[in-house]
Design a binder for this molecule. Structure first.
Ligand code: SF4
Length: 322
């Protein structure tokens, strides 16, 4: 394996809950609660979990679009949680994000040329003419005609707008792209086109992705490793084969049982979880999954399982493996 480009150590992001007429703090939501993982240069790390599990907050915290409460995010050997605004701004050239909703993330009043030139201007790249040329080139790289730069976002389809979102991330030549549910808002037929494009770009530009999704089937083909999050915590992390062929955590098994198998002869038994995801402001004691786990034991209600390596590079947080 190559060297880690990104190291996330004991990352926490807690949001205050306020109440009463003085808006005093009455509690906190542990959106990300002690998460650690590495991302290696040139790999795609998928992060998967139900909505509210903290995966998007983790993604935004990696780029300090949200400041962490505690923990370290080491990018290229430098702890970015300690950088001042100016150094962080420079660092963002290497760390970009693609958002879930391409329409909401593109200013509807600006032409594509202005939207795509903006990151170049922020980072002081090129003359006006060079930027114009670069916008045209990057549109072609993501499969759109270069002369569409003179159009507005509403003149494109959802899939085309996501191509523009990808172009905006790519135009500054980053090392790492956090992809925050980049295909969730798209039709299924368009999803695979965008996933194929992202895979091609990763190969051509030697990119590293953190690819966030709520569905294990979306990240299956694009990811080298996959981490599964539940209620702000990472519960399993393994390479692709390890996770899909030998899922250890009962939560991962239930997520996988919901993924349709293309082979009609293979019958998979769907594991239906009881109850809703508990509130992250009142996470259950012990293992956060114990209120829904079909294999819950007494110890699970009291003791939080450690996130440990079970076999070669296969990590899990579950008392079944201790
Ligand atoms: Fe289930 Fe216990 Fe494992 Fe949690 S620790 S996933 S409750 S078996």
């Amino acid at each position: 394996m190559s060297k880690p480009l990104l190291q996330v150590k004991n990352l926490k992001k807690y949001f205050d809950v306020t109440g009463g007429i003085f808006s005093r703090k009455v509690g906190e939501v542990k959106a990300v609660d002690d998460v650690s993982f590495d991302v290696y240069e040139g790999e795609v790390l998928g992060i998967v979990g139900e909505s509210g599990c903290g995966k998007s907050t983790t993604g935004k915290t990696l780029l300090r679009l949200i400041d962490p409460t505690e923990g370290q995010v080491i990018f290229n050997g430098e702890d970015i949680t300690e950088l001042d605004d100016e150094r962080m701004r420079k660092m963002r050239r290497d760390m970009q994000i693609i958002f879930q909703d391409p329409y909401a993330s593109l200013n509807p009043r600006h032409k594509i040329e202005k939207i795509l030139s903006e990151p170049l201007i922020v980072h002081g790249i090129g003359t006006k003419e060079e930027r114009k040329q670069k916008v045209k080139e990057i549109l072609e790289v993501v499969g759109l005609p270069g002369d569409h730069a003179s159009r507005y976002p509403h003149q494109f389809s959802g899939g085309q707008r996501q191509r523009i979102g990808i172009a905006r991330a790519l135009i500054v030549n980053p090392k790492l792209i956090v992809c925050d549910e980049p295909v969730s808002a798209l039709d299924v037929s368009i999803q695979s086109q965008i996933l194929n494009l992202m895979e091609d770009l990763q190969d051509s530009f030697g990119l590293t992705y953190v690819f966030i999704a709520h569905d294990l089937s979306v990240v299956k083909h694009i990811s080298d490793r996959v981490g599964v999050m539940y209620l702000g915590r990472m519960v399993e992390l393994a390479n692709n084969e390890g996770l899909y062929d030998n899922p250890l955590h009962p939560y991962t098994r239930s997520l996988l049982s919901a993924v349709p198998n293309p082979d009609p002869d293979v019958k998979t038994e769907r594991i239906i979880l009881e109850g809703d995801v508990p509130s992250p402001s009142k996470p259950p004691t012990g293992c956060a999954f114990h209120t829904r786990c079909p294999e819950c034991m007494d110890i699970c209600k009291e003791v939080r399982p450690e996130f440990k390596e079970y076999s070669d590079n296969h990590f899990v947080a579950c008392h079944l493996y201790e």
